[in-house]
Design a protein around this ligand. Structure first.
Ligand code: FHN
Length: 466
């Protein structure tokens, strides 16, 4: 009788040759199914949790009107112009004949992302308007078949990103203002669409075909769903699609907008049942606190629009954006910062300037963001804190100081562990540790080295809290 361990090992070897190892190992680790297995989930989520900082890209036909229609400015976000200006489908479709992003250079975009310290990008493969930035056999309404440009945009960008160690991910809208199985929600708006009687299965099959094409074509590491709010789309539909996609690619990560679990713009998943999706998606906001054991990612625009608008100059400062990256990481989340490229294929210069500024800060201080966990403290009035566990079991605290203390001493309220080292992350200058009525204080230089955020590193014995 063969030794059982040898048998399992032999089966695993065969399975790995057949590419079944993922599921088989999952079967060995616990009795749960592949979709929910915590061991599988932690393995799958590891790169994403360590990444902490991604770049969103909203690009499509809407970049051509860029917020104006028939000579008038159209309110709200640029990628909604078809809805906000109530443009007939036949008219909006004509934009495809003008879409020719001759200045699109995937290596340039990937270089900008790399220089910003971005670890993954998420680009719209199909937004609500239904236009596809990839070659698809499911509809002619795509960049290959319907535009003078005539080439897939996602595959070259995926290659340029992966060459630079940046993960490539795609956004996909369930709501589709162009697909014949969906009809407009009212006379004045497409949103929220209705599904035509008896045609839901047709549209679900269309989506599954396109999503399979995306996985086989540009092989995204994350599928970022959106447009899940129309009432004809249900949580059961989301669960079915989640299982289908995870079956195609076991390592795939999928957000919580595949189903009906998100709490509006707050984005975190409702807790009245087990909803489909691997992470919550707060939008245009960063939660007040982290949530232990919850994966979430705040997505945010740099100005006020996701898709390019020629008249939106309300840019957030680079300081605000850097502090948003820090704030998000200090609460255990990821920050997905958006750019809206022009119809020619250029990332707007104000966006590039801010990304480069973030990159300069990350080049010096990235260690305090990437691979960190949430702060163990309830409040850090001078800024934010992230942490890592060191190989020797000590805890490394990264204290991101936004307000330099007037008295030159940085208090760490609630820290009871013994401090074994303290220094400035940039340059390593050692800092004196003091105590004030048993509350540890770090003596700081008189001037703040980096006005955006100066990182003080404090190593302590043992772990802190949970
Ligand atoms: O309607 C979309 C919007 O256009 C944009 O894509 C954002 C980004 O997360 N999501 C939806 C609004 O919640």
């Amino acid at each position: 009788m063969m030794n059982p361990r040898r048998l399992v090992l032999g089966v695993l070897v065969v399975a790995s040759v057949l590419g079944l190892a993922d599921s088989l190992v999952i079967a060995q680790c616990c009795s749960c199914s592949a979709a929910q297995c915590p061991t599988d989930r932690d393995a799958r989520m590891q790169w994403w949790r360590e990444a902490r900082f991604g770049m969103f890209i909203h690009w499509g036909l809407y970049a051509i009107p860029a917020g104006r229609w028939q000579g008038k400015a159209v309110p709200n976000i640029g990628e909604w112009i078809m809805d906000q200006a109530n443009i007939p489908v036949a008219e909006y479709e004509k934009l495809a004949e003008q879409f020719n992003p001759v200045k699109f250079n995937p290596d340039e975009w990937a270089e900008i992302a790399k220089s910003a310290g971005v670890k993954y990008i998420v680009i719209t493969s199909k937004h609500h308007d239904g236009f596809c930035l990839f070659g698809t056999k499911a509809t002619k309404y795509n960049v290959v078949d319907a535009t003078p440009y005539g080439k897939d945009l996602l595959k070259p960008l995926a290659e340029a990103c992966r060459k630079r160690g940046i993960r490539f991910c795609t956004y996909y809208s369930i709501m589709d203002w162009h697909h014949p199985a969906q009809e407009r929600g009212s006379d004045k708006h497409y949103n929220p669409t209705k599904i035509k009687p008896g045609r839901k299965a047709e549209y679900v099959a269309f989506m599954k075909q396109q999503l399979k094409e995306l996985l086989e074509g540009c092989n995204p590491d994350v599928l970022w769903f959106d447009g899940e709010w129309p009432d004809w789309w249900t949580e059961a539909d989301g669960k079915d699609l989640y299982a289908y996609l995870r079956g195609l690619k076991p390592s795939l990560i999928i957000n919580n907008r595949i189903g009906k679990g998100r709490k509006g713009m707050e984005g975190l998943s409702k807790d009245d049942q087990q909803y489909s999706g691997d992470f919550g998606t707060p939008e245009q906001q960063i939660p007040a606190t982290g949530l232990a054991g919850v994966d979430w990612e705040s997505c945010m625009t740099m100005n006020d629009t996701w898709g390019f608008k020629s008249d939106d100059h309300n840019w957030k400062s680079a300081e605000t954006l850097v502090r948003n990256v820090i704030d998000t990481a200090s609460k255990g989340g990821n920050y997905l910062l958006n750019v809206g490229p022009t119809a020619e294929g250029l990332i707007p210069e104000p966006s590039v300037e801010r990304l480069r500024a973030i990159g300069r800060w990350m080049a010096v201080n990235g260690e305090s963001i990437y691979g960190t966990q949430a702060s163990p403290f309830k409040a850090t009035p001078w800024g934010r804190c992230t942490r890592k566990t060191l190989p020797d079991g000590k805890t490394r605290l990264y204290l991101h100081v936004f307000q330099w203390p007037q008295n030159g001493e940085l208090a760490i309220p609630g820290l009871a562990n013994r401090i074994v080292d303290a220094f400035l992350l940039d340059g390593g200058k050692k800092l004196e540790v003091k105590s004030h009525h048993a509350e540890p204080r770090i003596a700081l230089p008189s001037t703040m080295p980096d006005k955006t955020a100066t990182v003080v590193v404090v190593d302590v014995e043992g772990t802190i809290g949970g």
